[in-house]
Design a protein around this ligand. Structure first.
Ligand SMILES: [Zn+2]
Length: 318
């Protein structure tokens, strides 16, 4: 089941992405893919000790990077607005990181999508005073057990206190701390729950896991993700971003429109190559054996997915 995936598991990725120095010891030490329950436990254990790095993106907007997906914080008189919640065990460090730059009270927590490494801290942050906002399908998926097909495990339903209490289906706008904040649903891309968040005045966008900056992305085919949707999501984000927009990926370092364009072009290139093989009648294994990602691997195969694993996802979701 884990064949073709590098030993960095999905749940460990967040700790590794864009911050090798922050990678916990167990990430480097792990010799083989862990059993599912173990992966969850290890991810949580690692998050408990992973420091959070804070980067100012605008006057009152900050990037927080530790274990799990990248987080964005907006501060101001209406209270703190946070995007994504990492792992449950990271919550004390998140609260500390927020207190170091903001005097405001907790207000709103937005989830970019349902995945564990972006929502496991929901319950703890709700207890700290945050109200959770997300796409309607994020609530639906968190409220029921979800199987991660590629990794062969099922996550239990999240507790009531971890569920979003304000949801939307297409888009919504918040007027918050002097900025206009747009929350917009992508058609199924990385999952069927993805949204992007755009701080219009601050000129900051969080794309969730529709962007892995610098590596092949994981696409969750078990919950609606597909390569065509990823490419369309990137095109929509490219159209919304300006040349100086600060773009936050779900995993990896802060980037620009030019960086996102490179990622988009890689996705399109792999899609075209795998698509041509599939159209010519190749089975998945035959297509992978032709190494359709060969020209991209030296740059993009540095994360959780190697070229073969990524080509398989592309083949299956075309
Ligand atoms: Zn994800």
């Amino acid at each position: 089941m884990l064949e073709g995936i590098t030993r960095r598991s999905f749940l460990e990725l967040g700790a590794a992405a864009g911050a090798a120095a922050l990678a916990p010891h167990w990430l480097k030490a792990q010799a083989a893919p862990a059993a599912p329950a173990d992966m969850v436990a290890k991810a949580r254990a690692g998050a408990a000790t992973t420091p959070i790095k804070t980067t100012r993106l605008a006057d009152n907007v900050f990037l927080l990077q530790g274990a799990g997906g990248n987080m964005v914080l907006q501060t101001g008189p209406q209270g703190n607005l946070l995007i994504d919640s990492s792992f449950a065990t990271a919550v004390p460090k998140i609260v500390e990181a927020i207190a170091a730059v903001a005097k405001s009270a907790p207000d709103t927590l937005i989830n970019t999508h349902w995945h564990f490494d972006h929502t496991d801290g929901n319950q703890g942050l709700h207890a700290a005073g945050f109200k959770i906002v997300a796409h309607q399908k994020t609530r639906e998926r968190l409220a029921a057990p979800q199987t991660m097909k590629m990794f062969g495990f099922t996550l239990p339903a999240a507790p009531e206190a971890a569920l979003p209490v304000v949801t939307f289906t297409d888009s919504m706008r918040l007027w918050h701390n002097g900025d206009t904040v747009d929350l917009v649903h992508f058609d199924p891309a990385h999952t069927d729950t993805d949204i992007y968040i755009h701080f219009r005045q601050a000129d900051v966008v969080h794309l969730g896991d529709t962007w892995f900056n610098g590596t092949y992305p994981f696409i969750d085919e078990g919950t609606g993700g597909n390569i065509g949707g990823m490419i369309r999501a990137n095109e929509r984000a490219l159209a919304a971003a300006g040349d100086s927009t600060k773009i936050v990926p779900g995993h990896g370092p802060l980037g620009t429109k030019a960086d996102l364009q490179k990622f988009h072009d890689m996705l399109s290139g792999v899609r075209d190559k795998v698509g041509a093989l599939k159209a010519a009648g190749a089975t998945e294994q035959e297509a992978i054996a032709k190494k359709p990602t060969a020209e991209f691997d030296s740059i993009w195969a540095k994360g959780m997915m190697n070229g073969d694993a990524f080509a398989g996802i592309v083949y299956r979701t075309l």
